[in-house]
Design a protein around this ligand. Structure first.
Ligand code: P6P
Length: 343
């Protein structure tokens, strides 16, 4: 904990002063996203009281039932970002195509890809949900941004972060200079620095997976999870299964405690469920900046160039030794990969 309150704005401005070589203009975008997060948080904590529960009946591009809070979160972020004059284009989980800036707004040089409310199926059960965002430099030269501006590999990100709405709401981000966590203090309406320089343990004791998909997994995937449940030679005890079903919540816990989140491809969905652009890539940037790792099972997530906005990718994310071990099982090169399931 720090010895005095430091707001997100103060911290970001200090980071700019410490790195004069960085243009820093995108930090204005980060602060705008934080403003949108405060507005979404106000709606999320009242969700049980105000008629925002329940679905609108519409479905989004993913074919998922759209919850009212989903719509509110998307619209709120668009209202805030659309007026900054710093963006060329955005892409959202809720929209099939890119979202251009309003005609009456100046066009800027940054791009934001975001998932306005990830884990929204948990809304009605009051389980943690989150916003995930990624800020990139535009690559098109002028005018409205293009889909190519959004479809850049994760290593091109300038900033990535998430907001975790819950008992306390947190904003965690990186600009490539470590990972920093801020806890929202509603009494003063500020995000206060609470977790400076987050580092994830080299190895954890937690795995997060939807084992309801076990029957469809590859042999290597099955052998890995079976192995984690045995007396693990590395930690001397079986790993614990922890799965909220909300990526931001599962990732945040594993980031702090250590462990691995895994959502593999399977016989029905070879590329898994999670979207590369606005789920895998931003969390991969954060994981790596915290000393962790993020892989699609064979390659570094940050090196993958998306071919389409909602492209999915298998995701293995968290402590570096756990991710590396998982990859070895998937490749069939781990000593445990040939052990039959015991017990
Ligand atoms: P499943 C939520 O829909 C989400 O995108 C992530 O937040 C979460 O980790 C995952 O899907 C849950 O998927 O198949 O386990 O319900």
């Amino acid at each position: 904990m720090t010895d005095r309150f430091v707001t997100l704005s103060q911290f970001v401005l200090q980071q700019e002063r410490d790195h004069p070589e960085a243009s820093g203009e995108f930090t204005g975008v980060l602060l705008d996203i934080a403003l949108a997060a405060k507005m979404i948080n106000a709606a999320v904590i009242r969700a049980g009281l105000v008629d925002v529960l329940g679905a609108t009946g519409a479905t989004n591009v993913q074919g998922e039932r759209v919850q009212k809070l989903d719509v509110f979160a998307h619209d709120t972020i668009m209202k805030v970002l659309g007026s900054t004059g710093q963006l060329a284009v955005v892409a959202s989980e809720e929209d099939e195509g890119i979202v251009p800036m309003p005609d009456d707004a100046p066009i800027g040089k940054y791009v934001v890809n975001f998932d306005p409310l990830d884990g929204s199926s948990n809304i009605d059960a009051n389980v943690n949900i989150g916003t995930i965002f990624s800020i990139l430099p535009r690559i098109s030269r002028k005018g409205h941004g293009t889909v190519e501006d959004c479809l850049q590999a994760g290593r091109r990100q300038l900033c990535a972060g998430y907001v975790l709405y819950g008992t306390t709401t947190m904003l965690v981000y990186t600009t490539g200079d470590g990972v920093h966590g801020f806890t929202y203090e509603p009494g003063i309406g500020e995000f206060l620095l609470s977790h400076p320089n987050i580092h994830t343990p080299a190895r954890g004791r937690i795995y997060s997976a939807n084992e309801g998909n076990y029957a469809r997994w590859s042999t290597g995937m099955k052998r890995y999870v079976d192995w984690l449940k045995q007396e693990s030679r590395a930690t001397g005890r079986p790993y614990s299964g922890r799965y909220v079903g909300s990526l931001v919540a599962d990732f945040h816990r594993n980031l702090l405690y250590g462990g691995i989140y895994l959502y593999p491809g399977d016989g029905r969905n070879p590329d898994g469920k999670l979207r590369l652009l606005y789920e895998c890539a931003p969390l991969a940037f954060i994981a790596e900046q915290a000393g962790g790792a993020a892989s699609n099972g064979e390659r570094r997530i940050m090196d993958l160039a998306p071919g389409s906005l909602h492209q999915r990718s298998p995701l293995f994310l968290g402590s570096p030794e756990d991710v590396k071990e998982c990859e070895a099982f998937l490749a069939g090169t781990h000593e445990g990969a040939n052990e039959e399931r015991r017990g």
